[in-house]
Write a protein that binds this ligand. Structure first.
Ligand SMILES: [Zn+2]
Length: 292
């Protein structure tokens, strides 16, 4: 047991700090281990000159805070790197989402609410489903949610349905690197999985099985998934399977339909300074090669 300093100042005196010169040193009442009148160990009260120069203490606190902030930045950087969010998307935020029409305002408010109450969603497995036309900002909002959550300390994985399938098939017959079990654990274990471009895939048996394994794994753990798709739920069903849709719609999931005029042109016109991902003709985002 270490001795414990109480906040009662008993005496003060002038002392000298090697670095900061004269300062007022205080004597404090302390409790700590000691011997009683019979020589038995007990807790005794004593007085102690603290030797704390206020400026030295402030310097220590400042250094500790700087170190903590640096570690936090490092951890956030690691989380972002592990998330798989393409570099060109990393600037997306809830604040940069333009919400002019009621549909956009609703989508933004759902996104903000989702972040604010993520502590509940993460344990109830409450999914978010973004469906609707391309260019209405589904990826922007999905990534913005992911970034906001990572800043709060959550782990996030972002993938497209086709990339996810490829990550599994790439492990087949491979001796080095991650194996299929590790890929599954990574995708099912994150606090939030963002499955983008669902429906932009072949609907092959391998894909159906991959998506089912991941969504079912998360469903069992009651961990939420954010699915973004250009297709309606009805049209998405053949691409992901009915059992996946059932699981995604369970646990009080929220569906947001992005059904207004395209957003991409507008956003580009208003916000030309920020790096934008290049959109290929097929609607696939290509990372803009932003300097890290
Ligand atoms: Zn000092």
């Amino acid at each position: 047991m270490e001795h414990q300093e109480l906040n009662t100042t008993t005496l003060t005196r002038t002392a000298t700090c090697n670095k900061h010169g004269e300062y007022e040193e205080v004597q404090k009442e302390c409790y700590g281990p000691g011997k009683d009148e019979f020589g038995d160990y007990t807790v005794v009260k004593f007085l102690k000159w603290t030797g704390h120069c206020a400026e030295c203490v402030a310097e220590i606190v400042r250094r500790e805070e700087e170190h903590k902030a640096k570690m936090e930045r490092h951890k956030l950087h690691e989380r972002i790197r592990a998330s798989g969010i393409p570099g060109g998307f990393l600037e997306e935020s809830l604040d940069s989402y333009i919400a002019d029409n009621p549909g956009q305002q609703k989508a933004l408010s759902v996104a903000r609410d989702y972040v604010a109450n993520f502590g509940e969603h993460v344990y109830s497995g409450r999914n978010l489903l973004f469906t609707g036309k391309p260019g209405c900002g589904k990826t922007h909002l999905a990534v913005a949610i992911g970034m906001a959550l990572m800043k709060m300390g959550a782990s996030v994985r972002w993938t497209t349905a086709s990339d996810m399938t490829r990550r599994f098939t790439d492990t087949w017959g491979r001796r080095e690197g991650e194996n299929e079990t590790q890929v599954l654990a990574d995708l099912t274990g994150a606090d939030l999985l963002i499955l983008d471009e669902a429906g932009v895939q072949s609907g092959s048996e391998v894909e159906l099985r991959t998506i089912f394994n991941v969504i079912d794994g998360r469903y069992r753990e009651k961990l939420p998934t954010l699915v973004a798709s250009n297709l309606s739920i009805k049209n998405l069903t053949p691409y992901v399977g009915e059992r996946v849709i059932d699981r995604l719609r369970d646990n009080g999931s929220e569906l947001v339909a992005f059904d207004w005029e395209s957003y991409r042109g507008k956003k580009g016109a208003r916000n030309t300074s920020a790096p934008r991902p290049f959109m290929s003709s097929a609607g696939h985002a290509v990372a803009a090669g932003k300097p890290k």
